[in-house]
Design a binder for this molecule. Structure first.
Ligand code: NIG
Ligand code: FE
Length: 425
């Protein structure tokens, strides 16, 4: 007697499960949980079983079957750090950097994040939704099935709330799952220039309570999707004391900490993030050895973002190799945003990480799936192909998963399955 299921993928040349009951660390990062001639059975949007085709064929009868012979099946990618909800572009700054200006110089001169803030404040919810939807479509076609999305281009109570509504509308209407992060402390807006503490006061006293109230009534709370609070902890932006103030206020309102730390200068953000039990601490370009050890001994996931270094034309990258070897839980993300990382592509990030951070393709893939899911608090629901998890997976037109990182600038994704539904084929 075989059990009926909705959908079954059979005969994958390589079925990559990334299966794990926690984030993968150390040597386990080089193991992607590969099953040859593998199969996945799914029903009601969730994975029912994973294993060799010969076994699953006898156990299940599917209403629909996909033959993946010669192909690779992987979990959908999880993009754990993005600023994808914005308006406009910063192509003029791209040219300024080509001519020699640095990212932080442009920001200090009133450009950068604040220039996108102007575009976002001027845009309607409908415009922001339309512009962001296009980018989410591209990301989905490149294999991303879950995306964390930060606010942080509003920088006023009203405009930050507008971005939260944009994120919710997209989550409710797009195939992709969105995970909301409040990043009111992303930059100091012009009206608070030179008065950073006064801006922090506004974030803590007004924005965070308003954001928490929004979350309670949102579809995210109903779906038990967590709500995060993040800060750009950086020289000339928010220092460690200001970051602590914001993250502790967020915690008091049920928001889980995340932190941008060590992107350009080391201020000690990793120690703060670990102390506060942050879900992740992100960038880590100039993190010191004792902080790496502290991170490795914690449950905080280290997210590295090599697309930023690449985009800024830097030859310096976060020591992702050292983080893995020290035993830290490492994840990758695009950071898609109009300034430091205008890319929708997780495979591009894997390709850069392999070359400049010396990650094996297996390590880059685990960092983009199971570990990225833990970085956004959803490690028990997505990020791997395991019975009981949501059926988010990809069929790649490749004979070996390592080609994802090896051949760059192309799209191997042939089929995207989101919550058991074929959404690209
Ligand atoms: O992660 N560093 C701060 N935030 C983004 C950049 C956002 C922007 O430039 O618009 C980052 O790099
Ligand atoms: Fe960022």
């Amino acid at each position: 007697m075989s059990t009926p299921v909705d959908l079954m993928i059979l005969h994958a040349r390589q079925l990559i499960t990334c299966a794990s009951d926690g984030p993968r660390r150390g040597e386990a990062m080089a193991d992607v949980g590969l099953i040859e001639d593998g199969a996945v059975a799914m029903s009601d949007g969730n994975i029912v079983d994973v294993g060799p085709s010969a076994e699953l064929q006898t156990r299940y009868s599917a209403r629909k079957t996909i033959d993946a012979a010669g192909k690779v099946v992987t979990p959908g990618f999880v993009d754990a750090h993005t600023h994808v909800a914005y308006a406009g572009d910063r192509v003029a700054e791209f040219e300024m950097r080509i001519k020699g200006a640095t990212y932080m110089e442009i920001m200090a001169a009133g450009g950068g994040i604040v220039s996108t803030m102007r575009a976002v404040r001027a845009a309607s919810v409908a415009q922001l939704v339309a512009e962001t939807r296009k980018r989410l479509d591209e990301m989905l076609m490149l294999g991303t099935t879950t995306v964390e999305v930060k606010t942080g281009y509003g920088l006023s109570v009203e405009a930050e709330m507008k971005l939260l509504r944009v994120i919710e509308q997209l989550h409710d209407s797009h195939l992709m799952t969105l995970i909301p992060t409040f990043l009111g402390a992303h930059a100091v807006p012009p009206e608070f220039r030179g008065r950073t503490d006064a801006y922090v006061e506004l974030v803590v006293e007004e924005m965070i309570p308003a954001a928490a109230a929004w979350y309670e009534r949102s579809s995210f709370a109903r779906q038990r999707i967590p709500f995060f609070c993040d800060v750009f902890c950086e020289a000339g932006v928010f220092d460690v004391a200001q970051s602590r103030r914001v993250l502790e206020a967020g915690l008091a309102h049920g928001m889980i900490p995340k932190l941008h730390a060590d992107e350009f200068e080391n201020l000690g953000g990793v120690t703060l993030a670990v102390e506060l039990g942050a879900a992740s601490v992100d960038h880590l370009d100039v993190t010191l050895p004792d902080e790496v050890a502290r991170l490795a001994a914690s449950n905080t996931v280290g997210v590295v973002i090599p697309a930023v270094n690449f985009n800024l034309g830097s030859c310096h990258f976060a020591d992702a190799r050292g983080l893995i070897d020290a035993g830290a839980a490492l994840a990758l993300a695009t950071d898609i945003n109009p300034g430091s990382a205008p890319t929708p592509s997780m495979p591009m990030v894997m390709a850069i990480a392999a070359r400049y951070q010396k990650l094996l393709p297996a390590e880059a893939l685990n960092a983009s799936a199971i570990n990225a899911a833990y970085a956004i608090g959803l490690g028990d629901r997505i990020g791997s192909l395991q019975a009981g998890k949501q059926a988010d997976m990809l069929i790649l037109d490749a004979s070996d998963y390592r080609h994802l990182a090896y051949e760059f600038g192309k799209n191997f994704v042939e089929t995207v399955i989101k919550a058991g539904r074929i959404v690209k084929s």
